[in-house]
Design a protein around this ligand. Sequence first.
Ligand SMILES: [Zn+2]
Length: 377
Amino acid sequence: MQVCNLCVMDSQIPGIIFSSDGQCNYCKEFVEMISKTILHDPLQRELDLKRFITRVKDDGVGKPYDCIIGLSGGVDSAWVLYVAKQLGLRPLAVHMDNGWNSELAQSNIEGLVRKLGIDLHTHVIDWQEYRGLMQAFFDADVVDVELLYDNAMLGANYRLASKHGIKWILSGTNKSTEGMSMPPGWNWFKLDARNIRRIASQKGGVRLKTFPAIGVIEHIWLERFRKVKWVSFLDYMDYRKEEALLVLEKECGFRRYPYKHYESIFTRFYQGFILPEKFGIDKRKLHLSTLVASQQMNREDAIQMLREIPYPSFADLQADKQYFLKKMNWTNELLENYLSRPRVDHSVYGSELGFWNASSKFYKFCKKIVSARQVKS
Ligand SMILES: [Zn+2]
């Protein structure tokens, strides 16, 4: 097995190509991208941030809040909230409760909003409904079970913004710690309400009631006509995760997680056990490679982490497994049976991805015509 000599991506990753000097295409493209974007001219970026903050404040005049910030309980979104508050914004924090929050995440979220004096809206999805949807996704053998959480988070954020007339959603997604391209087949299109509904109806007949699914048409309507914008806020600054953590620990009593996305018990079991066991995917390779390539982590430390299991200890993994079985009402045999079945592509069940690609192309085409006309006149 060949490992990239700059990051920790290896020859098991789909779509990987090594150059003659042993560097992989993933980190090569990533380094090129951040050198043009987040590492480009700090003064210009500071100016851009100032302009952006002024715009958000202006758009929020006369409204109870000027932006929405989705809080997962993780460091990235916690840092968005902290910085936004320091810069004088008036955010409404939104959290999605899908029944899998760890106690640590719950206490981190409560501590943050209390300390910063920010209103928190928690969207609760009925547990029986969410459990039914998860069961349908497991029965469908598709890779991206987290599509459920990610889509619902998008839906809840956009609808709340639209309801309160808020133009800006500030997100913790960022190039600095997550900017490396996701390998093909490792996840699925996140605005795929059709995929969710079809899997739900074909595998168990679950009806969506409290689940705020969002699809392409609603997204286009909210973005283009209601002018709600989703912004990767941390790309406006030199985001360093470790430095952010130290401030959050000191100022807000934040307590750190052993790995990325460990704020949800399901997410950590999914990434630490289901993905590697059923789908042969170890997402740590991507997360750690991004940190190594953006010089936030030593390559040797990343290699050492990959030698260990994706859990602080074997006992922790066993505890999560038991928790998962009990919460999903599964036996060990059911889990073994699920793990042994081959994967099925999301597109088999119907998808909005083709429509999204076509509408994106059409939008770009229209934009080109409009700008060409403006140049002429
Ligand atoms: Zn690499």
